[in-house]
Design a binder for this molecule. Structure first.
Ligand SMILES: Nc1nc2c(ncn2[C@@H]2O[C@H](COP(=O)(O)OP(=O)(O)OP(=O)(O)O)[C@@H](O)[C@H]2O)c(=O)[nH]1
Ligand SMILES: [Mg+2]
Length: 305
């Protein structure tokens, strides 16, 4: 047996699938930290989010959480799908997440077609198995998916409770090539702190608001400054929405909705930064920003190079 260092593996693993199947939940679980926001509303993730998992014995996995692949209805949607599909040829392994179902819809068929164009091995993860009515259904669903694509492996999982996650990690290391680590062992993500803060605010807005509005919001951190000699950070951020009526809903009666979003966000930002946070939120209307190239760029949704 040689030195363990010689046997370390490393590589890039992208997580793809339709919106809302649990991609970000799974990535957060695997790295043991909440970096990507999650919600029960589809199209939560908008950018590619890179995180790093380091196991001193086995090596390093660089995860790419991607936006859900869907039929785009505006330029933001096109950008999101482009981000997701762009990563496929460049990684060592693809994890394709689906919900347990016997029905392979147009969305899944589209993903299968895209995958047939790349040579990267694909692992199918049937997530949310806690939703199964009968255990036997699982075998049936595995059979259904086998006909859709020639998967390297198929793993049932429940990312929410961590079921199957050891299996997922073991399988990832099985397929990764030998090689040196790409990042320091203490690197967790490529996301700047400001970006994670903005995303946490967007997550709380997604959770608090009813269905129609969340898709049309963006959050920008305008200012983030340590207060000298105090364990306190002042943060000012703007929630951008598409209509005046939405602005009214986001602010709420007497400011109640904005207060709720702010309180919930502050709690998590304090946990992230490890200090007290003074959070001020503003709401602005930018009509149809999701179809404006300039505004999309301005809010950080830039084309991948
Ligand atoms: N019951 C159950 N729910 C889950 C499981 N994994 C994730 N979820 C829930 O599914 C919803 C979507 O999870 P996300 O992680 O945001 O899904 P996503 O695939 O990243 O979604 P997009 O970013 O919109 O593409 C959330 O409400 C999660 O709590 C699971 O194993 N079981
Ligand atoms: Mg996501």
């Amino acid at each position: 047996m040689g030195d363990t260092k010689e046997k370390l593996k490393s590589g890039f693993v992208t997580i793809i699938g339709r919106p809302n199947v649990g991609k970000s939940t799974m990535m957060n679980y695997l790295i043991g930290q909440k970096i990507a926001i999650t919600s029960n509303k589809p199209q939560t993730t908008r950018n590619r989010i890179q995180t790093v998992y380091t196991d001193p014995e086995r090596g390093q996995v660089v995860f790419l959480d991607t936006p859900g692949i869907h039929k785009a209805k505006n330029k933001l949607g096109e950008y999101m799908v482009n981000v997701a599909e762009h990563t496929l040829g460049e990684v060592d392994l693809i994890l394709w997440l689906v919900e347990p179902s016997n029905f392979v819809g147009a969305g899944e068929q589209h993903i299968a077609e895209v995958l047939k164009k790349v040579k990267t091995p694909v692992i199918l993860i049937i997530n949310k198995i806690d939703m199964l009515e009968k255990k036997e259904q699982l075998l049936e669903y595995i059979d259904t998916y086998r006909k859709v694509y020639d998967f390297a492996e198929i793993i049932p999982a429940c990312a929410l409770r961590g079921q199957g996650m050891d299996d997922v990690l073991d399988t990832i290391f099985k397929y990764l090539p030998y090689g040196p680590m790409f990042y320091d062992a203490d690197t967790i993500t490529d996301q700047p702190e400001r970006q994670i803060v903005a995303e946490l605010i967007r997550e709380k807005a997604l959770h608090a608001l009813s269905d129609e509005i969340p898709h049309g919001i963006a959050v920008m951190v305008d200012r983030m400054k340590d207060r000298e000699y105090k364990n306190l950070v002042d943060i000012e951020a703007t929630i951008v929405c598409e209509r005046d009526s939405h602005k009214g809903i986001i602010i709420g009666k007497g400011g109640s909705m904005l207060k709720k979003i702010g309180t919930n966000a502050r709690f998590e930002i304090e946990r992230l930064l490890g200090c007290k946070v003074n959070l001020k939120l503003w709401v602005k209307v930018k009509k149809d920003w999701r179809d404006s190239d300039i505004l999309l760029k301005n809010f950080g949704y830039r084309e991948e190079r």
